[in-house]
Design a binder for this molecule. Structure first.
Ligand SMILES: NC(=O)c1ccc[n+]([C@@H]2O[C@H](COP(=O)([O-])OP(=O)(O)OC[C@H]3O[C@@H](n4cnc5c(N)ncnc54)[C@H](O)[C@@H]3O)[C@@H](O)[C@H]2O)c1
Length: 286
């Protein structure tokens, strides 16, 4: 099926998901409430793409498709016009996602696939107050989407088989390996396993057992991981881990699930990681 793709949210993830979509030959529109941010993130994606072409990971044809097929939309209404497949990649907050999906479910036809790139929120939770629940699905890319060759797909029982196969084929045509889960679970496979590692790293740091730089070094050298858990948190965005923990705490009310105080302080200070220039590490060029 020749899908027409819309992407809502043009931050770190949405900009590169839209880039992958355009590069795969899909006519793609992207909308973000912060036009300046989406413009700068698309410029970043284009520079990255040129760099990856010089390393023979992509071709000049991909760049031409990126330029020809990718357009910035001015509103969510204009983004959804004539679309068959919409991928949401806004901030990891259930209230914001619910508002967007209730709007999308009203303004789009019932055959339009509504996919979320959320790291932890299941499609069933997002779909519950919306119309036509059979078209909701999790389509989870990894940061940075231009480089990371994986999409996890997960869905509630209400999702139509055709929606699952269309999502698999969109992911494959973007050149990504696809893993389809059999049941919904918060964090899917990768983030569920990664959360265990990051939680333990934060605990070690909180208990004063080691500096975060040494915990990162230990994991890189001892487990041969390319990045330590604190570096990875900075790259993903500290807000993602924070909101995921807060959501778990709100459900369990277990004080052990509340985000660590040092993390909460960073969120309050606006130090969200690489995207703001500072997280655990400092990325600002003096
Ligand atoms: N960063 C990662 O490593 C990663 C990996 C996989 C999935 N995700 C998921 O992708 C989503 C986005 O994460 P990100 O890292 O790109 O965050 P980000 O902070 O870089 O981007 C979020 C974007 O959403 C926009 N936004 C917020 N409210 C909006 C609204 N009402 N309408 C339109 N745009 C709105 C913001 O302006 C911002 O540009 C989250 O759900 C996250 O869990 C992130």
């Amino acid at each position: 099926m020749n899908e027409q793709i819309g992407v809502v949210g043009g931050g770190q993830m949405g900009s590169q998901i839209a880039a992958l979509s355009a590069m795969a030959g899909y006519e793609t529109h992207i909308y973000d409430k912060d036009t300046e941010n989406v413009t700068s993130k698309l410029k970043f994606a284009e520079d990255n793409l040129k760099n990856l072409i010089s390393k023979n990971k992509y071709t000049e044809e991909h760049l031409a498709n990126f330029k020809d097929n990718l357009h910035v939309a001015k509103s969510i209404d204009s983004l959804s016009e004539n679309k068959t497949f919409i991928i949401e990649a806004v901030v990891e907050r259930l209230d914001v996602k619910l508002e967007i999906f209730s709007q999308l479910s009203e303004i789009t036809d019932s055959e339009v696939v509504l996919a979320t790139n959320s790291s932890f929120i299941a499609a069933s939770e997002i779909a519950k107050d919306c119309m036509h629940v059979q078209r909701f699905i999790n389509m989870h890319f990894f940061y940075p989407p231009l480089r990371m060759d994986l999409v996890e797909i997960s869905y509630p029982e209400s999702t139509a088989t055709e929606v699952i196969s269309r999502t698999q084929s969109v992911g494959k045509s973007m050149g990504r390996s696809i893993v389809t889960l059999k049941k919904e679970t918060p964090g899917f496979i990768v983030n569920r396993m990664l959360a265990a590692l990051v939680d333990e790293a934060y605990e070690l740091y909180d208990e004063g057992i080691a500096d975060f730089e040494d915990i990162d070094l230990a994991i890189k050298k001892g487990l041969n991981h390319p990045l330590g858990p604190f570096e990875l948190s900075d790259y993903s965005g500290l807000d993602i881990h924070y909101y995921a923990k807060l959501k778990i705490f709100n459900e369990t009310k277990n004080p052990n699930d509340y985000p660590k105080k040092f993390l909460e302080k960073k969120i309050q200070d606006g130090d969200l990681g690489v995207k703001t220039g500072k997280g655990f590490y400092n990325y600002k060029k003096d």
